[in-house]
Design a protein around this ligand. Sequence first.
Ligand SMILES: Cc1cc2nc3c(=O)[nH]c(=O)nc-3n(C[C@H](O)[C@H](O)[C@H](O)COP(=O)(O)OP(=O)(O)OC[C@H]3O[C@@H](n4cnc5c(N)ncnc54)[C@H](O)[C@@H]3O)c2cc1C
Length: 399
Amino acid sequence: MAAPEISFENTEKAFNAKGNQELKRSLWLFKLMGNPTLVKAFSKLIVFAIKIGIPVRLPVKATIFKQFCGGESLEESKDVVKKLSRSHIGSILDYSVEGKESEEDFNRTKDEILKIIKLAKDDRAIPYTSVKLTGIAPFDLLEKINFKKPLSKDEEKEYQSLKVRLAEICNNASLSNVPIYFDAEESYIQEAIDSLAEEMMEIHNTKTAIVLTTLQMYRWDRIDYLNKLIQKAKDKKFFIGIKLVRGAYMERENLRASQMGYKSPIQTSKENTDSDFDKAVDICLENVDLITLCAGTHNEASSMHLISKMKELNIPNDHPHVYFSQLFGMSDHITYNLADAGYNVTKYLPYGPVNSVMPYLIRRAEENTGIAGQMGRELRLIILEKNRRHDSKLLTAGK
Ligand SMILES: Cc1cc2nc3c(=O)[nH]c(=O)nc-3n(C[C@H](O)[C@H](O)[C@H](O)COP(=O)(O)OP(=O)(O)OC[C@H]3O[C@@H](n4cnc5c(N)ncnc54)[C@H](O)[C@@H]3O)c2cc1C
């Protein structure tokens, strides 16, 4: 495979948009998050403090929220969108309010998505958007639909409301020409999500991919699903949009499978997940006229694999069907170096009231814990950059 001419080790480019204070804050935060006991204790404490009404909004907002979120509202997030755009990085705004269960909440989330679509219509800094189905419908309902269980009269009504909300979102996305990704969730509701996503793709993707779905490659059945989806799209003549991720619910999936005594949907090893991720990249790129691909990953090897495969297939860096994406606050060394080399790259930028985005923030803190893995990567590069700045200051002073 062709060798890439890009390095993710260039910390000067990676942290160019971060001032010294910001860099120090990130260093301090990732160091704290490196301690699993502390993360567990803090997570519990903050959830408890919110429950009993202790005001934690300001300290949380100035620290972990600032690292991983755009703002408390769409309006407040615009500054981050502009800042990313100056470095040629798109923003995927996501109203990250979780754990809500009322019709009112679901409609509020739907309205917020419509606002994002309206904003994105005239702004190239927001190339597409996303929807999490549990943000617009009850989890239990999706689970029943998933297993084709009979619905009560009330549930039937809820299902119709979900379909109306989804149709409104996808129609708006289509009319505004703003692609929308369906996020992937737990396997026991994913079939319901997949079938709704496919239904919307068939309707809206006749000219280009407006509705896009997500495949979690930690599942051993997703390559097969991808191949079947490609065949269906060819037969029914619609375009496909795929966001490839590894998957965020591994522990929950394995635990449920062992408790309920069925075969876990998760791969038997990380190597198998990595290998299927790269295989799926190859399949998507080999069908680049049909598929719009977004690689949602912080994995350097997978990102390099995608770059090499693009080269091998003579796909230009800025091909409109190929995107890379990382979460805001993480893996800037990948995002900024890709943007600098002319690849299409976005940051997934969550926003919402501090208390409501706490589940998202706790997941980020947990993901960044431990010496190995993500936290190690982030910390190593931030320290490298801090030292680089320190040395170059010394050099300047010595001149
Ligand atoms: C832009 C973007 C959008 C995302 N959207 C979604 C989404 O819609 N749905 C979703 O579920 N997640 C989503 N994620 C999160 C994603 O699934 C991963 O949890 C996260 O990105 C870490 O994986 P990685 O590819 O960055 O790489 P790595 O850090 O190399 O991989 C870590 C991942 O590998 C897998 N893994 C780890 N150990 C094992 C093992 N023993 N066996 C099998 N697999 C293993 C797990 O999925 C784990 O999260 C998104 C991430 C990004 C960046």
